[in-house]
Structures are given as structure tokens and as C-alpha cells.
Design a protein. Structure first.
Length: 111
């Protein structure tokens, strides 16, 4: 879950409207871990992931990726979401994560 967030933050930081077009490098994670997460993020339509013989490229974040990144960008909201899941013994799933992130963001906004 932290790696997914880190990949999205890296894309957002480095894209600058010109496209990302590379393999992410995230400190503390192996290239295999990063590639696997990029593949499943592509399947979830968070990013555009294109494998090719000998590697892959991430070209950009999708609308859904931007939405998830925006919800998870606040560190307090992110940590509260992770703590809730850990305390309840629940694995992170995209749907549950988005619901909790939305709930805690709304609480932060007083909505």
C-alpha cells in the first residue's frame, strides 16, 4: 500500500505534463516489487503500464490514479487509514482504502 502511494507520488512529481515514460525507482523497494506493483496498478487503471521484452514503461497516471493520489496525499489521513486497517486486521483493498481515505478526508474538512 505504501509502495502504490510512493509510485503515484513519484509520477506526479516528475511528470510535469510531459509524461513520465520510465520505470519508477523507489528507494527501499526492489525492482521486482516495483514492477509487480506497476503491473497491478495498470490492471486497476491507476497508471498506464506497458510491458515490453526486457522491461516496462509507465507513461502516466490515469484519472483514477490522480483521484487516489489526491485522497492519499495528506499524511495524517494516510496514516489513519493504515492504522484503522491494521487495528482491525484487515488487508488493504482498493475499495476499502478509498472509502476510508474519503471518510477521513471528509472528517478533516468537517463534511
Amino acid at each position: 500500500m505504501d509502495l502504490i502511494r510512493a509510485i503515484l507520488l513519484d509520477i506526479e512529481e516528475k511528470d510535469k505534463g510531459k509524461g513520465y515514460n520510465k520505470e519508477p525507482e523507489i528507494p527501499g523497494y526492489s525492482l521486482k516489487e516495483i514492477e509487480y506493483h506497476c503491473m497491478i496498478m495498470g490492471e486497476a487503471e491507476l497508471i498506464r503500464y506497458s510491458p515490453y521484452k526486457g522491461g516496462y514503461v509507465v507513461s502516466r497516471m490515469t484519472w483514477q490514479g490522480h483521484e487516489f493520489q489526491a485522497l492519499s496525499s495528506n499524511n495524517n489521513v494516510w496514516e489513519k487509514t493504515k492504522k484503522t486497517l491494521l487495528d482491525k486486521g484487515i488487508d488493504f483493498t482498493f475499495d476499502i482504502g478509498v472509502k476510508l481515505l474519503t471518510r477521513y478526508t471528509n472528517e478533516l474538512l468537517g463534511a
